[in-house]
Design a protein around this ligand. Structure first.
Ligand code: GDD
Ligand code: MG
Length: 347
């Protein structure tokens, strides 16, 4: 798993929380990817390729036994890029390797991807997904047999020739890794994949039309919560009850608070009388939502206080924020941990 990026597009949330462990309903994101890997018995080891704040990630997953996996960590001395990271982490590997971008959520059938890779005796197989606008991704063209004929990272609008993009999930043969220069930054998207095409290697596409998202921007990070709440993506804590109101057993919602689902209120959160929690809200652990405060379509990380009569709409608040009385935070605001908004301020 490539989980070494700095998560710049998610700043300020990623200043103290590296992207692979940003909470999705309080659950560090990588858990969702590990759930998927666990479904494939032949995956016998997970290597997390890290660079940015590696200790924070190691603390959460340890040796993987809690997650039912065998996890090892490889920390690059400096960022080596997506291909450099694969070579650095995969030095001792001799069997097919599944590579995952550490910020994509999908229900792809990995066992089927591995089967296709073997059937085609491919050097590389990549999962493709259709999107409306490929400019933020790697555009991938294929021929009628499913061979990859072109890989163009971050195409300009006038370079778009199809709607299939690189989903950030690959199966690679380690005997190709020696083409990646050692100890210098190298991109799998811009250099390694194009080189496979140039050399005429068997480079195959597996097109998946199921759920897929890259959580790497505030808009997508918010969207993944909505998708899980609505059941478009089947995942905890809404896997069995999409569209519902999920209130953890240890949360306290006072009489007279108005709660509209779908929404999520985590353990230890307190919602006072007269407060209004609107649809698509996520109230993190130990948050306090005081009397007559309103939260709508917003994600609040743990331990944030929203004081009386304040309003938070369509925004994301990091941990330990303080939103003063009658303050309002609206329309795409992203606040880092420990932000303080004084009474009556508007953002
Ligand atoms: N270890 C390590 N070292 N990991 C890295 C490094 C590095 O130097 N640079 C990036 N990563 C990790 C990031 O943490 C992330 O999990 C993954 O590699 C991809 O990097 P992003 O920065 O998220 O790339 P992107 O989203 O712009 O584009 C990539 O993903 C798209 C799908 O979401 C490309 O692979 C595109 O082709 C693809 O369509
Ligand atoms: Mg990304």
């Amino acid at each position: 798993m490539l989980a070494g990026g700095k998560g710049t597009r998610l700043r300020p949330l990623t200043i103290h929380t590296p992207k692979p462990i940003v909470p999705i309903f309080e659950r560090p994101f990588l858990h969702y990817q590990l759930d998927l890997l666990k479904q494939v018995p032949e995956i016998d080891e997970v290597i997390l390729s890290l660079n940015y704040q590696p200790r924070r990630i190691e603390e959460i997953f340890g040796d993987g036994s809690d997650a039912g996996l065998n996890i090892r960590y490889v920390v690059e001395p400096a960022p080596l890029g997506t291909a450099g990271a694969v070579r650095y982490a995969g030095e001792s590997l001799h069997e097919s390797v599944v590579v995952f971008n550490g910020d994509v959520l999908t229900n792809v059938d990995l066992a089927a991807v591995l089967r296709l890779h073997r059937e085609r005796k491919a050097k590389a197989t990549i999962v493709l997904t259709p999107v409306d606008n490929p400019t933020a991704y790697g555009l991938v063209e294929t021929d009628a047999q499913g061979n990859i004929t072109r890989f163009l990272e971050k195409p300009k609008a006038d370079e778009i020739t199809c709607d299939t993009i690189n989903a950030g999930i690959y199966v690679l043969e380690p005997d190709t890794f020696d083409r990646i220069p050692k100890d210098e930054p190298w991109s799998i998207e811009r250099s390694f994949f194009p080189s496979l095409i140039e050399r005429g290697e068997t480079f195959v596409a597996y097109v998946d039309r199921g759920y897929w998202i890259d959580i790497g921007t505030p808009e997508k990070y918010t969207q993944v919560h909505r998708d899980i709440m609505d059941g478009r993506c089947v995942a905890p804590p809404f896997a069995t009850a999409p569209g519902s109101t999920v209130i953890a057993p240890g949360a306290r919602v006072e009489d007279g608070a108005v709660i509209e689902g779908p929404c999520y209120i985590e353990e230890g959160a307190v919602v006072k009388a007269g407060a209004h929690i609107g649809p698509y809200s996520v109230i993190g652990r130990q948050c306090h939502i005081e009397e007559h405060a309103t939260i709508e379509r917003s994600i609040l990380w743990a331990s944030t206080r929203v004081c009386q009569d304040a309003v938070v709409r369509r925004s994301i608040l990091g941990r330990h924020c303080h939103i003063g009385r009658n303050a309002s935070v609206e329309d795409g605001v992203v606040l880092g941990d420990k932000s303080v908004l004084t009474d009556f301020s508007r953002l």
